[in-house]
Design a protein around this ligand. Structure first.
Ligand code: PMP
Length: 398
């Protein structure tokens, strides 16, 4: 697959079923792997969407300076997009956050300013405001207030999830994979089994598409399947209007309830919230498609977003000591409170059992999904893994 710029790699990330861990009550869990974005996290989408809009509206010039308070991943997304737009970026990061992210931000050519960990995210926000006031031609994405933040996910992440989940209820990967995971196949055996699996899946999938009058680009149940079925994957074209060019399937808006399928294409969406942009944008889109889909907030113990006592949490990127304007709490159907230790344990399970190297907030989301799976049955649960494990190595969690 050919791309003409690394900027084009933002979005269209894989959605993967967790096929090896034990999940109670015949539930199934699917994870959207946002670490597959080029700067490694979910916030690449937000940075691209907001900065691209600002550029189109003439709000960014050559001498503009982008300044933002960030837990790191937003900073990485901003540094990455600013590099492509030839604009300076300064990121204000509380010093409790991962040193790896700060090094990566600097390696993309942006500047990092630290604020004391005791002041939390609010301390970084205050410092960024001070810098914005004193720097000529400064621009802030205002990720905690800007409606374009949830909109980035409403327009991209949510649509990808909804498209990829269509038809999944009719297939069960564990029926196919059961043999593969218990017999110790050689890598060649595995490859041919995977290809057989893909053939079967491909046939099932084509049958499903025919039945439901869907085109090939409507779904990508697995990478093997989409390659063999000829799905396009990432879109291509000129740099400036990447969002305009995105190859989203013509998704129906099921407005009258009568048009809805008998069962929703999946049942629960589980995610954490830092700014709340991804949770709110995705949950809003999904509920507009099908109001039966429930949104479950994975919230650190100590965060006030999902309620409960204010405290000190160490699940980087999610939870906050205030409720951001970009977080629409009316979309929350259920809250799963997760401790730091549960999140670390979740991250280890993902690495050791699933072979998915995801970050701490992903570990928390896995635990929230597993808690939910104890409470419901025969459900399809979709979650979002925001970034990858390598940026937390200095925390010595694994
Ligand atoms: N996980 C991690 C690791 C993050 O950095 C972020 C961004 N703060 C999130 C989850 C949540 O993203 P959002 O800002 O969209 O709520």
């Amino acid at each position: 697959m050919l791309f003409h710029s690394s900027l084009e790699l933002i979005g269209n990330t894989p959605l993967v079923e967790l096929s090896r861990i034990k999940i109670p009550n015949n539930n199934r869990i699917f994870a959207k792997l946002e670490s597959y974005n080029p700067a490694g996290g979910v916030k690449d989408r937000t940075a691209l969407h907001i900065l691209q809009k600002a550029q189109k509206q003439g709000k960014l010039q050559k001498d503009s300076v982008v300044i933002e308070a960030t837990a790191g991943n937003t900073g990485l997304g901003i540094a990455f997009v600013c590099l492509h737009f030839n604009i300076k970026a300064i990121l204000v990061v509380p010093d409790k956050f991962s040193i790896e992210k700060q090094i990566l931000i600097r390696s993309l050519g942006a500047e990092v300013i630290n604020t004391p960990k005791e002041l939390g995210m609010q301390g970084a926000i205050d410092k960024a405001k001070e810098l914005l006031d004193s720097t000529p031609h400064s621009f802030s994405l205002c990720q905690f207030e800007n409606p374009l933040n949830p909109e980035a996910h409403y327009l991209t992440t949510a649509k990808e999830i909804y498209a990829d989940m269509r038809g999944v209820r009719d297939t069960n990967i564990r029926d196919f994979l059961g043999d593969l995971s218990t017999t110790h196949a050689t890598s060649n055996d595995k490859k041919s089994s995977q290809i057989d699996l893909a053939d079967e899946f491909c046939d099932d999938f084509k049958g499903y598409q025919a039945k439901n009058n869907l085109s090939n680009t409507d779904s990508s149940n697995s990478k093997i399947v989409s390659e063999k079925c000829g799905s396009s994957g990432k879109s291509q074209g000129s740099l400036l209007d990447i969002n305009d060019r995105r190859d989203f399937s013509p998704l129906p808006h099921f407005s009258p309830q009568a048009e809805l399928p008998k069962t929703p294409i999946f049942d629960y969406f589980v995610a954490g919230a830092g700014s709340g942009g991804s949770f709110s944008g995705i949950a809003k889109y999904l509920k507009e498609q099908d109001s039966r889909i429930q949104a479950v907030l994975c919230d650190p113990i100590g965060s006030v977003i999902g309620g409960g006592e204010k405290g000190c949490a160490n699940i980087e990127g999610i939870g906050n000591n205030f409720i951001p304007k970009t977080m629409d709490t009316s979309l929350i159907d259920m809250v799963q409170k997760i401790s730091d230790e549960q999140a670390y344990q979740g991250l280890r399970i993902l690495a050791k059992e699933e072979g998915i190297l995801s970050g701490i907030s992903s570990g928390a989301c896995l635990q929230a999904c597993l808690k939910l799976a104890e409470q419901v049955e025969n459900s399809l649960i979709v979650t979002l893994f925001a970034d990858d494990l390598s940026r937390y190595l200095s925390k010595r969690i694994v």
